[in-house]
Design a protein around this ligand. Structure first.
Ligand SMILES: Nc1ncnc2c1ncn2[C@@H]1O[C@H](COP(=O)(O)OP(=O)(O)OP(=O)(O)O)[C@@H](O)[C@H]1O
Ligand SMILES: [Mg+2]
Length: 258
């Protein structure tokens, strides 16, 4: 679905992404791992149109999407999760979800005057959808809770929920499990698996928790110093000398210690 070819992103003289090439297959949950500063988030930001590539190419289903802005990619079904913005903290979970879909009739003044019936219809469809999403994520009891009062893990779930308000094809998750307790991490993992299996979402996720990655992802891509170092199943990755070296920075002599 997504093909990245010889991608570079430079910040001044610093090569954060330094000739990365990779593919994300349709229907996969692809993991992206690597030491801190490997360039994973920068790579995501370039793919998702948040940053312009210095050079290289990103395509989606064969179409060149290099440098397209996030809102255009959003309409093509590519979503990237962000932390919930502060301004949404005072809105309820349900309202946060209802905010997501673009192009609602209620957004223009003209429509506000002349088609109140249609707006009411859209509102009620959105409300139904938001409640379905909250139910799917097992957080229906939080629907009237302000997003700002949620725990870190619950915010991550709501973030995932935002991708379900539109017809997403491919979703990029940056450290969705970071700082989340085990129980909630399992809920997030289950939701990702169900979205993948039941709704055909393709995922690419950056994560440092190897157990979480191992449970969800195949294949796993390892990045180091802006480049793709290795790709394979979690077991292949764990056994790969170059990967161990990149993580430890000390080479094979420490392999016994892993
Ligand atoms: N806007 C920027 N300007 C300058 N340098 C940047 C910028 N964004 C990222 N970098 C640098 O690029 C490198 C890669 O950063 P990036 O955030 O992509 O790494 P990462 O693999 O996501 O790391 P982590 O696992 O810690 O999140 C880092 O050395 C970082 O300091
Ligand atoms: Mg990062």
């Amino acid at each position: 679905m997504i093909r990245v070819e010889n991608l570079h992103k430079h910040f001044g003289g610093f090569h954060a992404v330094d000739g990365a090439s990779l593919e994300i297959a349709t229907g996969s949950i692809t993991g992206l791992v690597g030491p801190n500063g490997a360039g994973k988030t920068t790579l995501f930001n370039v793919i998702a149109g948040v940053l312009e590539p210095t050079s290289g190419r990103v395509s989606m289903d064969g179409e060149d999407i290099s440098g397209l802005p996030p809102h255009v990619l959003f309409h093509k079904g590519m979503l990237r999760t962000f932390q919930i913005a502060h301004e949404f903290g005072s809105m309820t979970c349900r309202e946060n979800l209802m905010m997501v879909p673009g192009g609602q009739s209620g957004e223009t003044l003209w429509n506000a005057w002349f088609s109140r019936g249609r707006i009411a219809q859209e509102e009620s469809a959105l409300l139904k959808k938001a409640d379905e999403v909250l139910d799917f994520l097992t957080i229906s009891h939080l629907k009237d809770e302000r997003a700002g009062n949620l725990s870190g893990g619950q915010k991550k779930l709501l973030e995932l929920g935002r991708t379900m308000m539109v017809d997403a094809k491919v979703v990029f998750l940056d450290e969705v499990g970071a700082g989340v307790n085990r129980t909630l991490l399992n809920t997030i993992g289950d939701a990702i698996l169900r979205l993948n299996q039941e709704r055909g979402y393709t995922f690419c996720m950056i994560e440092h928790d190897m157990d979480f990655i191992g449970r969800l992802c195949d294949p796993v891509i390892v990045m180091a110093e802006g480049k793709v170092l290795a790709q394979g199943t979690i077991d292949e990755i764990k056994d790969n000398d170059a990967v161990i070296e990149a993580y430890l920075g000390t080479g094979l002599k420490n392999k016994e210690m892993v």
